[in-house]
Design a protein around this ligand. Structure first.
Ligand SMILES: [Zn+2]
Length: 292
């Protein structure tokens, strides 16, 4: 028996590829194009340094830093300092600690009038773990949406969508057509719940942040394939999704963890059609949040 020379190796590879057949899943390459993290947070004044180093390693052009909804009173100061230190990489949102508080809309109006902010939020409407359950159609939240719309700034909303919250969200979308509502983390909902909302409301955008292997629901495990129902929904509405990492806890800012999260992000994006991946990874966020 002789060892196969190069032509035999080539034939063997060709034979293996043929055996996989047309129905076999293609092994997609990682997405290598431009990437924006449209939804992250910082847990203190210094974590941004490790994050920006990871952005450089993984070729992430921008991050939108948001407040965590009243949990961290220093969010406005930390966000402003991060944007000042890294003006080319960091864009920031205006934190809204409690959207139903008296004067929340006026305060937001004043903050947006100063200029510089690219988003509003994160606004927590329904978060079960924190026992927050606000009506998305509440009149006070409506005022926040109207102020944001006037400043042409999208509102990032955390809403874990059950039937009631989804109905309230739909009312808010219909009543405030000029406002863009970005539902974070896929609304922690199944694609089947989001599909009709996307079809009916052009002012709805879905952010895929925090749907990584450390959380549920996830788009994919650390090494597994992108959920086919999510892939189908994203490819049906390629203009309506943005990608994000949603780091917030200090432990997620370890360089090795950030590497795993960005590697996963690029692997998942690589499973989408290339033109869709570029929109979700970059173009949609640039357009929505005016990042140019
Ligand atoms: Zn978040």
């Amino acid at each position: 028996m002789t060892l196969p020379g190069p032509p035999a190796v080539a034939l063997t590879i060709a034979a293996v590829l043929l055996c996989l057949g047309p129905g076999a899943p293609a092994i997609a390459a990682d997405y290598t194009g431009r990437l924006v993290d449209a939804h992250s947070h910082v847990p203190n004044a210094t974590a941004i340094d490790a994050y920006v180093e990871a952005m450089k390693r993984h070729n992430v052009s921008k991050v939108i830093l948001l407040g965590v909804g009243g949990v961290q009173k220093d969010d406005p100061a930390w966000l402003a300092a991060a944007a000042k230190k890294y003006p080319d990489r960091v864009a920031i949102g205006v934190p809204v600690p409690d959207p139903l508080a008296a004067g929340a809309a006026d305060k937001l109006d004043a903050a947006l009038a100063k200029g510089g902010a690219r988003a509003v939020g994160e606004v927590h409407v329904r978060q079960v773990s924190r026992k927050i359950d606000r009506n998305p159609a509440d009149a006070a939240l409506g005022k926040v949406l109207d102020v944001a719309a006037r400043h042409k700034t999208p509102v990032v909303i955390h809403a874990e969508l059950n039937d009631t919250a989804a109905a309230g969200l739909e009312q808010a979308l219909a009543a405030h057509r000029e406002a863009t509502i970005v539902v974070a983390h896929g609304g922690e909902a199944a694609p089947a719940r989001l599909e009709p909302l996307l079809a009916r409301h052009a002012n709805l955008v879905i952010d895929l942040s925090g749907m990584h292997f450390q959380r549920t629901p996830a788009l994919a495990t650390e090494n597994g394939p992108l959920d086919p129902a999510w892939k189908a929904l994203i490819e049906k509405h390629p203009e309506r999704f943005v990608m994000g990492v949603d780091v917030w806890a200090a432990r997620l800012f370890e360089p090795a963890m950030l590497d795993r999260l960005f590697k996963w992000t690029r692997r998942i994006l690589g499973e989408l059609k290339p033109d869709v991946a570029e929109k979700v990874a970059h173009a949609n966020a640039v357009r929505l949040f005016r990042l140019d």
